[in-house]
Design a protein around this ligand. Structure first.
Ligand SMILES: [Zn+2]
Ligand SMILES: [Zn+2]
Length: 262
């Protein structure tokens, strides 16, 4: 049985837990180590059971506590060589990941432990490099992609392999355009290296349509330019229009989700 828990999702901080009886890991450490420990413990998950950390990119809301967490718990940190180079000079992580770094190759299935296979794939976003993760744990196929500016063929490909899809649905275009963000920030979010709008997420769902998709989790919602119900309705309409029976959930921004099991 695989368990999935979103510990936090959004520009305030990102951290996701996945685990089965043998292997458990976190994707991104964008919230404090103590909060991670507490939110896992609420589901009787010990932080000692976490075997590895995977990093998506070098933005603050994804690596804020990676240095502190690694110094405290000494868990292996899996990332690409490009991201490792960036993290050596990032104030959150510089000099603090020593001895824990493990490299992953982009576009390849990397075997990690005995029952986990992980494929990082590059997505367009304005960090040094940003990757999504496709992984198979205990036979369940997951694709996690957060922070990407457009729907690429690669993104569609890895989404189409997923039984369970965690994907960004960051903003509603009208809310962004009529909102109070300064023009430069609006432009940054809208570019091909910004974030996915609800419409773009809908287009990903349409283009990656496949019978095997069982669940969709919308993540990294903007606090100012989206609401859970607007994002949910957009994706729900799209899933209905393509005849998908996948269940749909919106992951909360500032607290943990319920625990999902597969
Ligand atoms: Zn982010
Ligand atoms: Zn980012």
């Amino acid at each position: 049985m695989v368990r999935f828990l979103s510990l936090s999702s959004g520009s305030n901080g990102n951290c996701y837990y996945f685990g089965d009886d043998k292997t458990a890991f976190l994707i991104d450490i964008g919230i404090g180590a103590r909060t991670i420990k507490k939110r896992l413990a609420e589901h009787d998950i010990s932080i000692d059971s976490v075997d590895a950390i995977f990093v998506t990119h070098d933005h603050f809301d994804h690596i804020k506590s990676l240095g502190t967490f690694t110094e405290r718990y000494q868990k292996p940190v899996y990332l690409t060589r490009t991201l490792d180079r960036a993290l050596r000079h990032n104030f959150c992580t510089a000099g603090r990941l020593k001895g824990c770094v493990r490299y992953l190759s982009e576009g390849e299935a990397n075997e990690v432990g005995e029952n986990l296979s992980v494929t990082p794939f590059v997505v367009p976003h304005d960090a040094t490099q940003t990757v999504g993760y496709h992984f198979v744990l205990d036979g369940e196929r997951f694709t996690v992609m957060t922070d990407l500016g457009e729907v690429t063929d690669d993104a569609v490909h890895y989404a189409s392999l997923a039984d369970h899809l965690v994907v960004e649905s960051n903003y509603d275009v009208d809310m962004l355009m009529t909102g109070t963000y300064p023009p430069e920030l609006k432009h940054r979010i809208l570019t091909q290296h910004g974030h996915l709008s609800n419409e773009q997420t809908a287009s990903l769902l349409r283009r990656s349509r496949h019978e095997g998709l069982r669940d969709v989790y919308l993540c990294h919602l903007s606090a100012n330019n989206n609401t859970p119900s607007v994002a949910f309705e957009s994706a729900k309409k799209t899933l209905e229009s393509i005849g998908s029976r996948a269940s749909l959930k919106v992951l909360p921004r500032a607290c943990a989700s319920e625990l999902f099991t597969f």
